[in-house]
Write a protein that binds this ligand. Structure first.
Ligand SMILES: [Fe+2]
Length: 188
């Protein structure tokens, strides 16, 4: 299994080396590499790092080479990650279960503090094997709502997530700001 994961990570790295942060430039190839990763058996039960997370949440790294990291996460039905950014692009897939995924484009010029006007780019149910490519800032805004009793997700990222995060209120054209309060590098 480890060699299968390494192989998928290698292919993803190859593609990232071609496109830099412009992940949409090779969206189809990246999607295909991500689907190969999601086809590797056992990702839902393997031990993740940091090990302390295994019993709490199942959240943690399944691969990390100092460059890219592959992070497993779990969601229960009704668990809602409100629209938020990470400060970087990410590649995201559902391993088991299902969730409602939305991504957003930032329509304003970000010049007015706490104001943000968003437009929905993606709004779909993702099931096992489905993947999505989220571009870098300012359009790295997404939300996820767990639909299945237990959903396992896989996320690939490169840059550290920004310790300053924005959580958006699309109906209010506003956002909240969170800084470093327990947001660590493994959070999806
Ligand atoms: Fe996220």
């Amino acid at each position: 299994m480890t060699s299968s994961i390494r192989k998928c990570a290698g292919r993803i790295l190859e593609l990232l080396d071609e496109v830099g942060d412009d992940v949409l430039a090779e969206e189809d190839a990246i999607n295909a590499a991500m689907r190969d990763l999601l086809a590797v058996p056992g990702l839902d039960t393997m031990i993740v790092n940091p090990v302390r997370n295994n019993t709490e949440s199942g959240l943690g790294w399944i691969y990390y080479d100092g460059d890219i990291r592959i992070v497993r996460g779990t969601m229960t039905a009704g668990m809602n990650l409100e629209p938020h950014n990470h400060g970087s692009w990410n590649l995201f897939g559902v391993y088991t279960g299902a969730l409602l995924y939305k991504s957003y484009r930032r329509m304003d010029d970000a010049s007015t503090p706490f104001h943000a006007k968003l437009e929905i780019v993606e709004d779909r149910i993702m099931r096992a094997g489905d993947v999505t490519v989220l571009p870098g800032p300012p359009d790295d805004i997404h939300s996820a709502l767990g639909l299945a009793p237990h959903t396992v997700t896989v996320l690939v990222a490169r840059a550290p997530f920004n310790p300053r995060r924005e959580q958006y209120l699309p109906d209010e054209n506003a956002y909240l700001v969170f800084e470093g309060d327990g947001l660590d590098a493994v959070k999806g």
